[in-house]
Ligand binder design. Structure first.
Ligand code: FES
Ligand code: FES
Length: 223
């Protein structure tokens, strides 16, 4: 809607202000309010905490969260699922990468309330402990981590990439993993992970060119 009340959205400026004032006056109680505006029912969440239920790595988690809480905050601060890391907090680095219904997502820029009713998978959900996922084992075998801060997000992204591209070439690997960044520069090792998982040897310095390929973090189209 534009400032002069363009009705292309179906709502006039007056309707919008009415919704805003109603939303602002909603008391701090749980559950969405449903209001009728211009003949449409609109759910108003918050501004206080509302019940949120998430399914993470096959388990159900419940909490009272304000609608503004991100999925990353919900996972780390409320559910103690700490695989996803906070680094940039602005959809640039991929450290917070998770899968939602098999799609790669930056959890730092996804609202927890939006992830309800979906299957969320973090690095913990891939495997671990005595039963690591083959991608996680390949990270170890290829020395593809140093501080390890980017590694959980990278393992999720790599697993998803391999699921979709089981026979990738170097350029596809570089492009497909460009949504995740490693400040320690372990790209050669990560490239080795993909090479191992696809049954071929990495070529020369292919791993060092993952960023220089021209692909950018935003090219992770489904993130
Ligand atoms: S912390 Fe989410 S993309 Fe960097
Ligand atoms: S291993 Fe340190 S940021 Fe990637």
């Amino acid at each position: 809607m534009t400032a002069n009340g363009d009705k292309s959205s179906g709502l006039s400026r007056r309707d919008f202000l009415k919704i805003s004032s109603i939303a602002a006056s909603v008391p701090l109680v749980a559950g969405p309010k449903v209001i009728e505006v211009a003949g449409q029912e609109i759910a108003v969440h918050g501004p206080g905490a509302v019940p949120v239920t998430l399914r993470v790595n096959g388990k159900r988690f419940n909490a009272e969260l304000e609608p503004r809480v991100t999925l990353l905050d919900a996972l780390r601060e409320h559910f103690e699922v700490t695989g996803p890391k906070r680094v940039c907090d602005r959809a640039e680095c991929g450290a917070c990468t998770v899968l939602i219904d098999d799609r790669l997502v930056y959890s730092c820029t996804t609202l927890a309330i939006e992830a309800q009713g979906k299957e969320i998978v973090t690095a913990e959900g891939l495997g671990g402990g005595e039963r690591p996922h083959s991608v996680q084992l390949a990270f170890v075998n290829n020395d593809a981590q140093q501080c390890g801060f980017c590694t959980p997000g990278f393992t999720v992204a790599t697993k998803s990439f391999l699921d979709r591209n089981p026979h990738s070439n170097d350029r596809e690997i570089a492009h497909g993993l460009a949504g995740n960044l490693c400040r320690c520069g372990t790209y050669r090792g990560i490239h080795g992970v993909v090479a191992q998982m696809t049954g071929r040897e990495p070529k020369g310095n292919a791993g060092t060119t993952m960023i220089a390929s021209g692909a950018t973090a935003s090219s992770k189209g489904d993130a």
